[in-house]
Design a protein around this ligand. Structure first.
Ligand code: NAP
Ligand code: ZN
Ligand code: ZN
Length: 350
């Protein structure tokens, strides 16, 4: 076991503060990674504030991890010391159930081992995330990060990237499709870049008129303010696919009105409170309302390789760990352009 500096939320909603976690000595199948960067996902905020319930504290968040491999176990074949490696939202699963055997480890019937706020598959050993200097993970759950990707910009791909790539693939995003992305934050800006790279005609729907120029620079062809009620009549029936990344409660019915018949709206954001959906919002036009949870390990590797081939990384604002509480406050105000990424060397110095 080795003592590892980290930052933790000591209790629900309390400011994050320095903390120490124990990392296991690497076993034969394990990879020991020195963490370079860790992205800050809104799910970190939801969980550190226990907005979804069931949080385990002290909690070390962080599931957008990029680092350099320091050491590998004897049986490890895919990675070697010096490689740039990634770890996303999961660090293990049962590997035997139907979802695990079909590349959907996030739906493991025994419950995947999530990177933090959870346990390893022994269901006793707690997991701690990437707001820390090192992590030890079984090689099956370690991603290879293509050398052409900037490491800080690649960190958010491990959650924001795969979470938006997967539904675009599931709904067969293709040239000419009209795709609306709702909410321009970490997930939203990746959804714009990825959908545009797949040839879709992308419209950004945002509460922040000040983000229009950025949305267009990221690849959006259109922009509309959702604070302007006329947006919902002007764009009614327009979109094949709506990718909804909003982190707070909002009226799904209003957005469903923007779908063309047989169009689909995919929920990615996880507001803490439920919102009623009227049957007529779906029945009028045979519309589909769906959800999507991150992506499996194979699809995450596919996404990283896709991003390397298309020159896509996240637009990041690099912060020292000491600014994490300020970053959370700014994200709550929608003031993020477009992902905070922690420079983990600041933690080693703390
Ligand atoms: P983020 O960077 O904070 O961005 C969220 C954006 O939503 C904001 O920038 C803002 O965009 C918009 N927004 C925020 N509050 C709003 C409100 N009250 N009304 C309307 N719009 C609002 O968050 P993120 O990291 O992208 O995460 C977004 C959500 O996805 C979170 O709930 C997170 O937990 C969830 N998530 C889900 C998965 C999954 O597997 N499904 C994975 C990761 C994250 P504008 O300024 O453009 O309006
Ligand atoms: Zn996330
Ligand atoms: Zn399983």
């Amino acid at each position: 076991m080795s003592k590892t500096p980290a930052y933790a939320a000591p209790s629900p909603g309390a400011p994050l503060a320095p903390f120490t976690v124990e990392r296991r000595d690497p076993g034969p199948h394990d990879v020991l990674i020195d963490i370079l960067y860790c992205g800050v996902c809104h799910s970190d905020i939801h969980q550190a504030r226990d907005e979804w319930g069931g949080g385990i504290f002290p909690m070390v968040p962080g599931h957008e991890i990029i680092g350099r491999v320091r050491q590998v176990g004897k049986a490890v074949t895919r990675l070697a010391p010096g490689d740039v490696a990634g770890v996303g939202c999961m660090v293990d699963s049962c590997r035997e159930c139907d979802p695990c055997r079909h590349d959907s480890e996030q739906f493991c019937e025994k419950g995947a081992a999530f990177t933090y706020n959870g346990t390893e598959m022994d269901r006793r050993t707690r997991t701690y995330g990437g707001y820390s200097t090192r992590v030890v993970v079984d090689e099956r759950f370690v991603l290879k990060v293509p050398a052409s990707l900037d490491p800080a910009g690649a960190a958010p791909l491990l959650c924001a990237g795969i979470t938006t790539y997967s539904p675009l693939r599931q709904w067969n995003c293709k040239p000419g499709d009209r795709v609306a992305v709702v909410g321009l934050g970490g997930l939203g800006h990746m959804a714009v870049k990825l959908a545009a790279s797949m040839g879709a005609e992308v419209t950004m729907l945002s509460t922040s008129a000040s983000k229009e120029a950025d949305a267009r620079r990221l690849g959006a062809h259109g922009f509309a303010s959702t604070k302007d009620a006329s947006t919902f009549s002007r764009l009614a029936g327009r979109f094949d696919l709506i990718v909804d990344t909003i982190s707070a409660p909002h009226d799904y019915n209003a957005y469903l009105g923007l779908l063309r018949p047989k169009g689909a709206m995919v929920l990615l954001g996880v507001p803490p409170e439920p919102t009623p959906v009227a049957a007529f919002s779906l029945i009028s036009g045979n519309k589909r309302l769906a959800g999507s949870l991150i992506g499996g390990i194979a699809e995450t590797q596919e996404m990283l390789d896709y991003c390397a081939a298309h020159g896509i990384v996240s637009d990041v604002e690099i912060i020292p760990i000491q600014k994490i509480n300020e970053a959370y406050d700014r994200m709550m105000r929608g003031d993020v352009r477009y992902r905070f990424v922690i420079d983990v060397s600041s933690l080693a110095r703390a």
